[in-house]
Design a protein around this ligand. Sequence first.
Ligand SMILES: Cc1cc2nc3c(=O)[nH]c(=O)nc-3n(C[C@H](O)[C@H](O)[C@H](O)COP(=O)(O)OP(=O)(O)OC[C@H]3O[C@@H](n4cnc5c(N)ncnc54)[C@H](O)[C@@H]3O)c2cc1C
Length: 284
Amino acid sequence: MKLPPFEYVCPTSISEAVALLASHDGEAKPLAGGQSLVPMMAFRVASPSLLVDLRKLAELRQIRITQEGVALGAMVRWRDILEDERLKTAHPLLVAAVEHVAHYQIRNRGTVGGSIAHADPAAEMPGIVVTCEAQIAVMGKAGGRTIAACDFFVGPLMTELKPDEIITEIRLPLWPAKRRFGFQEFARRRGDFAMAAAAVFYDDDNGKARNAHVGVIGVADHPLRLPSVEAVINDQKIDDALIAKAEATTSAAVDPADDIHASGAYRKALVGVMVERALKAAAA
Ligand SMILES: Cc1cc2nc3c(=O)[nH]c(=O)nc-3n(C[C@H](O)[C@H](O)[C@H](O)COP(=O)(O)OP(=O)(O)OC[C@H]3O[C@@H](n4cnc5c(N)ncnc54)[C@H](O)[C@@H]3O)c2cc1C
């Protein structure tokens, strides 16, 4: 389908990009890899009058690994993550999740910033940033600010971003070397969006789990962390009985709606199984 008409600009600085967005009163949109925005325009779900292409902003393409954690520039692509050997130890949960994102061609262009801004409830990256308590750095006409990932997503395809703001960086807290984790996803075909997925991690303290984090994807209008499941896991030894309890608590904690892909009841059961498998992988 043909796209609706639009103007196109390709600024060379973040301040220029922000000024262009601000001067168009909500009618302009940043363009990252176009992997969600262009289909949205083709389907007339979005009709921006101006696309502000971020591809010349080299500072948004960096992956920084510091004492504080991993900072991903907004224009870092899925492919960049999968090809960065450092991330396999600096943030293995991130790498495990990104392995499930889309297909080769899309991973060549799609970006972390675009995914977070697009806020698809079944996308992996929003689930990872919520589970890992990431901070989202943004820049707008009023200056820079950071937004906690747990406050960022407000609904399907809806975020706290203002029309003049661009995401500049996603900051994931430091990942301790011996942290245990699992990421499990069920999709009908490889590369499809998740029907349901779970990201789990905890720190092992002489056989007991501490600091458990459990996030789920595809079972609400935005990614969720499940404190009731974390409470089941914390300070416990991870054995089969504990995993079964975590699975049941997960299913009880979510209330997914029926949609064209699956009934809510199916997704409720499925996400419990995803947490079960993720915990088994973490404990193994
Ligand atoms: C067939 C297909 C299958 C897919 N499967 C999956 C999947 O399994 N899992 C998954 O997670 N994703 C999937 N995707 C989406 C893909 O991961 C995209 O990379 C992702 O949605 C973002 O696209 P993009 O980076 O190209 O952003 P764009 O499409 O360019 O932009 C998306 C939105 O984000 C805004 N935006 C972009 N960058 C910024 C920024 N820095 N600051 C503020 N706003 C910004 C844009 O204005 C737009 O609203 C799939 C896409 C396709 C076409």
